[in-house]
Ligand binder design. Structure first.
Ligand code: GDP
Ligand code: IMO
Ligand code: MG
Length: 430
């Protein structure tokens, strides 16, 4: 038995939450391996919309165990809020929720530091979600961090104070003003709540599940183009968002990785700063934003929108060893006059490349597009991919021929039942 991985191939918000929830009945365990409350994963069913930040998206499937792995940075305050909100909706996520003792704790001062760093950067800011992600991973790699398991130690309060005193010195050097007392009050209360959850050695738990041949799905957050090593640095998040992150973020050996499901939108979006070669600054971008409801699930910020970028998608497919592609939000393009897809970048010297250059600065990269006929069909009557118009198939086949991986699933709306499988796909056969 192996661990399948589902991750986003663009700049996040590809629709991971929807698909993890859709696939969850095939798996007994759903595990988050990186990121933290910067994620916003949306699930829609039974006329209700849920947004999850730290809780894995298997939580609505009664038999799925949900694991927050060691690679995650966890904010106990946001976790408690998420749990209480779900409980108010009649779902108790605590029954099947397991939290790694090795996950790093986001302290209130990490959030303040995130804001201080961004403020100091001025117009060069990353556009962070301000959830404290960067500073918490900074402490982790600096071997200074606090971990979830520390909440069980008798000297937790002392350890916390040492960290906070260090953080305060940094905040002073940034001239950043703040009011820590109310944040600390919420934190202390949430740490008390965290202690009541199932805090485990999640790698041992997962090894045991693997030994018992129990199917596991690893749920990525963010997207490959926000990866700390391979994303558009420094406009990235601070974790390994690629398939390799599932190994380190869960304690799973590479030989146990099975399918890698790569999901992408039929177009592109990005929230926050950083290069985006195919971004549309005109009314078409606005149309995509409106039709696709492209507003951040965590911060509410409008998402920047643009055409599908094949060199970037190809790069992400290769970085992750994607075995199956899932194309999301194809309904958003439905009925457009024509669509464009970027196949190459032209550099300032006139040469054309079909890969992402070292420095993807917008002024140096001009996207070369292929224009394609769009599709227009009754979305409510679409039950089978093979019945969809030839223009739709041409788009899918063109992408497949470029990245050389099959598109086995197409999503035509946010709901569970707006999902079509390609005939012969591994999913359909499962
Ligand atoms: P995630 O972070 O990858 O889980 O994605 P988000 O939840 O941040 O953003 C995806 C948004 O698109 C959510 O509002 C989903 O409900 C919605 N969505 C997912 N799939 C589709 C689809 O195929 N069509 C449309 N129109 N919306 C979708
Ligand atoms: P999901 O899982 C989209 C972006 C932020 C910012 C950059 C760094 O919902 O796809 P951070 O707070 O991580 O330091 O911000 O990364 N970002 C996301 N964009 N979806 C996400 O998560 C994101 N998580 C972080 O907007 O540009
Ligand atoms: Mg999101």
């Amino acid at each position: 038995m192996s661990v399948d991985v589902l991750l986003g191939l663009q700049w996040g918000d590809e629709g991971k939450g929807k698909i993890v929830d859709y696939l969850a009945p095939k798996y007994n365990v759903i595990a988050r391996f990186q990121g933290g409350p910067n994620a916003g994963h949306t699930l829609e069913f039974d006329q209700t919309k849920h947004v999850l930040h730290q809780i894995p998206s298997g939580v609505f499937r009664p038999d799925a165990k949900n694991v927050i792995g060691n690679g995650v940075v966890l904010d106990p305050v946001i976790l408690q809020k998420e749990i209480v909100e779900l409980q108010n909706k009649g779902v108790d996520p605590t029954r099947n929720l397991y939290v790694s003792k090795k996950a790093q704790l986001i302290l209130p001062t990490h959030r303040l530091l995130d804001a201080a760093y961004e403020q100091a950067k001025g117009d060069k800011k990353i556009g962070s979600t301000l959830k404290g992600i960067g500073p918490t991973y900074q402490d982790k790699i600096g071997r200074l961090g606090m971990r979830v398991g520390d909440v069980l130690r008798n000297d937790f309060a002392e350890l916390y104070q040492v960290r906070v005193d260090e953080h305060k010195k940094k905040l002073a050097s940034y001239n950043y003003s703040y009011d820590l007392a109310p944040l600390e009050q919420d934190f202390r209360q949430a740490v008390g709540f965290l202690k009541t959850l199932k805090l485990i050695d999640s790698e041992i738990y997962l090894h045991d599940q693997l030994d018992q041949q129990i199917p596991i799905l690893a749920e990525g957050a963010q997207g490959a183009l926000l990866d700390i090593d391979f994303g558009s640095y420094p406009f990235v998040t601070s974790s390994t968002t690629t398939a390799a992150g599932a190994c380190t973020g869960l304690g799973i050996a590479p030989r146990h990785i099975g399918e890698v499901f790569g999901i992408f939108k039929a177009y592109c979006t990005r929230v926050g700063s950083g290069p985006f070669p195919t971004e549309l600054h005109d009314s078409l971008g606005e149309e995509l934003r409106k039709k696709g409801s492209e507003f951040g699930a965590t911060t509410g910020r409008p998402r920047r929108c643009g055409w599908l970028d094949l060199p970037a998608l190809n790069y992400a497919v290769k970085l992750n060893g994607v075995t199956q592609l899932f194309m999301m939000k194809a309904d958003v393009l439905n009925g457009m006059d024509e669509i464009k897809v970027c196949t190459h970048y032209q550099l300032s010297d006139g040469s054309e490349i079909d890969y992402i250059p070292y420095d993807l600065r917008e002024e140096e990269v001009k996207p070369i597009y292929r224009t394609m006929e769009c599709w227009d069909f009754d979305l409510n009557a679409a039950d089978n991919i093979s019945d969809l118009p030839a223009s739709f198939h041409r788009y899918i086949e063109f992408i497949e021929s470029f990245v050389k991986v099959p598109i086995n699933l197409v999503s035509l709306g946010p709901k569970r039942n707006q999902t079509l499988l390609r005939q012969g796909s591994l999913l359909a056969d499962a």
